[in-house]
Design a protein around this ligand. Structure first.
Ligand code: GLC
Length: 388
């Protein structure tokens, strides 16, 4: 069996290629290209080639998974979302990097981000950026930031107008929708999948959370939210067209940049809650791993050390707003939120569980099924996947 596998791994390997491929998000600011250019000048023998993929995490996870399943060594460096590691590690697709970090680095990287890169006690992913979900609001309109979802609805209704909506969020059928739902769900005191793999969506809290999201559409949120990802919402909010926005940390420096219409008129808080629930931010973030099929594992490790070094991360922060996953570099105003961010379930079946939830949340938001039926179906399908 192992001989067969090893043979099939070799099939797609392009024997003479000496460049390292990494698939990342669209490099809008060009900062990734600059950093990689610097690395390549110093490493002409094994230069890194950037492949800019689609913006959504789901689409890039599919691309990596498809390559791995085909036994292809197309990508050497794996630029991973926090949620990918259990699946990729359990499948044996990543090189075990345990013990490679220096003591200083091991102490400086944020513990939650290191944990998110680990599976069964082994480290597979070196953190680069950390992330957390926030509620942004306009300080020139909203005097008292909302505590509860009722407060959010009240303030959004009060300050929306003909050319300004109340609240924008990410409602498209993709991973972002799951993170938006989780924050509302946690704020209502519910949860999705417990650490011991029980599916918890058949609760009154889960139903209330979904009902809230659905009820926002056409009242405080435009119908279009069910097609929005991060950037559509940021553009609207940054152009002064919304009172509130749920988005990740990266939006903050951009909202305060010189070409932003809302510069100096924005603040953020963690998402609201109801009594019995707690304000919660989803932990997000990105880091680098090495494909177990890469013929250039040593060069890949050199690149990862370079890319996650303080200087490069600082540059990615100042030019693209990505928050370094190093304690020493997280800006003060994000320390608290980063420390309290909550992880999504760390299970190898994460992509499947998320896909099920995305599908049913989306069907409920689009009025194709009732929220009750959507959750009932999501619970049944998720239990089948998790073997409950
Ligand atoms: C951000 C987060 C990532 C999350 C994604 C969802 O990129 O960093 O963890 O999965 O958004 O859209």
């Amino acid at each position: 069996m192992s001989i067969l596998l090893a043979a099939s791994f070799r099939v797609h390997r392009s024997g003479s290629r000496s460049e390292l491929l990494v698939l990342i998000e669209p490099d809008g600011t060009g900062v990734f290209r600059e950093i990689i250019g610097r690395f390549n000048n110093a490493h002409p023998q094994t230069p890194v080639r950037l492949v800019e993929g689609p913006p959504s995490t789901d689409a890039r996870e599919d691309m990596y998974s498809t390559a791995f399943l085909a036994g292809s060594s197309a990508y050497d460096v794996v630029y991973c979302d926090v949620i990918w590691i259990p699946k990729f590690a359990a499948a044996g697709w990543l090189l075990d990097l345990t013990g490679r970090l220096s003591g200083a680095d091991a102490n400086d990287f944020l513990p939650a981000d290191l944990e998110a890169g680990s599976y069964k006690g082994r480290l597979y992913r070196i953190p680069a950026f950390t992330d957390a979900g926030l509620l942004y609001y306009r300080t020139d309109l909203v005097q008292r930031p909302p505590e509860t979802y009722q407060d959010l609805v009240a303030a959004a209704s009060r300050f929306q107008s003909a050319d300004r909506v109340g609240y924008v969020w990410q409602g498209k059928q993709y991973e972002g929708l799951v993170t938006n739902y989780l924050e509302v769900l946690w704020g209502h005191g519910g949860d999705w999948i417990s650490p011991d793999r029980r599916v918890l969506l058949d609760s009154p809290e889960a139903l209330e959370a979904l009902r809230f999201m659905k009820s926002s559409i056409d009242t405080i949120s435009p119908r279009g939210v069910s097609t929005y990802t991060e950037e559509e919402t940021r553009n609207l909010f940054q152009n002064g067209r919304s009172v509130f926005m749920r988005n990740w940390l990266y939006a903050w420096p951009l909202l305060n940049s010189s070409d932003s219409d809302v510069k100096g008129r924005v603040a953020f808080i963690p998402m609201p809650h109801v009594s019995g629930g707690m304000r919660a931010a989803t932990l997000g973030g990105w880091g680098f791993a090495i494909s177990r099929l890469s013929p250039h594992a040593d060069a890949a490790w050199e690149f990862i050390q370079f890319a996650t070094g303080p200087e490069q991360l600082q540059e990615l922060y100042s030019k693209a707003g990505r928050i370094p996953a190093r304690k020493s570099l997280v800006p003060d105003y994000f320390q608290q939120i980063v420390k309290n961010a909550r992880a999504r379930p760390r299970i190898p079946e994460y992509a499947q569980a998320s896909d099920i939830l995305q599908r049913w949340l989306s069907a409920a938001l689009a009025d194709i099924v009732t929220p009750e039926d959507a959750l009932r179906n999501a619970v049944r399908e998720t239990r089948a996947v998790l073997g409950e």
